[in-house]
Design a protein around this ligand. Structure first.
Ligand SMILES: Nc1ncnc2c1ncn2[C@@H]1O[C@H](COP(=O)(O)OP(=O)(O)OP(=O)(O)O)[C@@H](O)[C@H]1O
Length: 277
């Protein structure tokens, strides 16, 4: 993990609370994320993971506490946030080409590019497309691409602007194993080379387990923060879920064993780690 040059965390939440009406998603959340740090954000459906991303993007106000991105309030000033949103299939009638979609990620914080700037932009977009294996479909309309192909473009779009904070909301969904590895490798390389802090929402920790510095695990208003070996234990997860949960490690992978209703809000399926008893 890269240490902050001037000691300013890439992301800082202090006494953070988010509630919608009577429903408290999380409260008293203190979290400083250092440049280059990789945080996995875990928790069942509805525990507030995407809402946390929205707070960091400046799209959702905290109910209490403070949030800082690189020392400043989130929002318009923080142009170097890369965001890979939770996947939704794009409208099939969208005629924009993949190459143009990725270009928007480069333009986000640059205005009035001269000729040299345009050349640089073209090159950076081409490199990002190549890195996610999207070059061969970059000139097709994005609406006609498969879910996995669209997802790889979103990853390229988030990385092309060289973000200092990378927010990823289930970026591996609908990717095959080879592309899951390629995408997590790209995110890892980016944070190592440019010191970008990564907050990575996922229901399945195993594909990124070797990259994870700390886990933020949210359950029904409660949370735990710490390295995977401290948070992903039977004791901690049983406390968090308020019921008997067993965490089993098999060949370096983590499996959570509990009943379906123990692990899911409203009985909804939430995790591929789930092993029914
Ligand atoms: N603007 C809003 N107003 C009221 N309730 C909201 C709002 N946004 C989200 N919620 C509710 O807050 C809860 C948390 O939503 P969020 O999308 O953050 O959960 P999540 O942990 O990302 O879930 P999932 O794993 O299903 O993606 C949900 O019950 C959702 O319905």
């Amino acid at each position: 993990m890269t240490q902050a040059v001037n000691g300013t965390p890439a992301v800082s939440l202090s006494g953070a609370r988010l509630s919608y009406g009577d429903r408290v998603l999380w409260d008293g959340l203190d979290l400083d994320v250092q440049p280059g740090e990789f945080i996995a954000v875990l928790g069942p459906n509805g525990s507030g993971k995407t809402s946390l991303m929205r707070v960091l993007l400046g799209q959702q106000k905290l109910s209490a506490g403070t949030v800082r991105i690189g020392g400043a309030a989130p929002g318009k000033g923080n142009r170097r946030i890369g965001y890979i949103p939770q996947q939704r299939a794009l409208d099939p009638t969208i005629a924009v080409r993949g190459r143009d979609l990725v270009g928007l990620g480069y333009d986000g914080h640059r205005w009035g590019l001269g000729i040299g700037g345009m050349r640089e932009r073209r090159q950076r977009v081409a490199t990002a497309l190549e890195a996610v294996g999207a070059t061969h479909y970059a000139d097709r309309p994005v609406g006609l691409l498969s879910g996995g192909e669209q997802q790889r473009l979103r990853v390229a779009q988030a990385l092309v602007g060289d973000p200092s904070v990378l927010l990823c909301d289930e970026p591996l969904l609908s990717l095959d194993l080879a592309h899951q590895r390629a995408v997590s490798g790209l995110i890892d390389a980016h944070r190592r080379e440019s010191g970008s802090a990564v907050l990575f929402v996922t229901h399945e920790i195993n594909p990124v387990l070797p990259l994870v510095d700390r886990v933020l695990y949210l359950v029904d208003g409660r949370f735990r923060i710490g390295p995977p070996e401290r948070v992903m234990t039977s004791e901690t997860l049983s406390e968090l879920y308020g019921t008997d949960i067993a965490v089993v490690r098999v060949r370096g992978q983590i499996h959570i064993v509990g009943t379906h209703s123990d692990l899911c809000e409203d009985g909804a399926h939430h995790t591929e780690e789930l092993v029914e008893r």
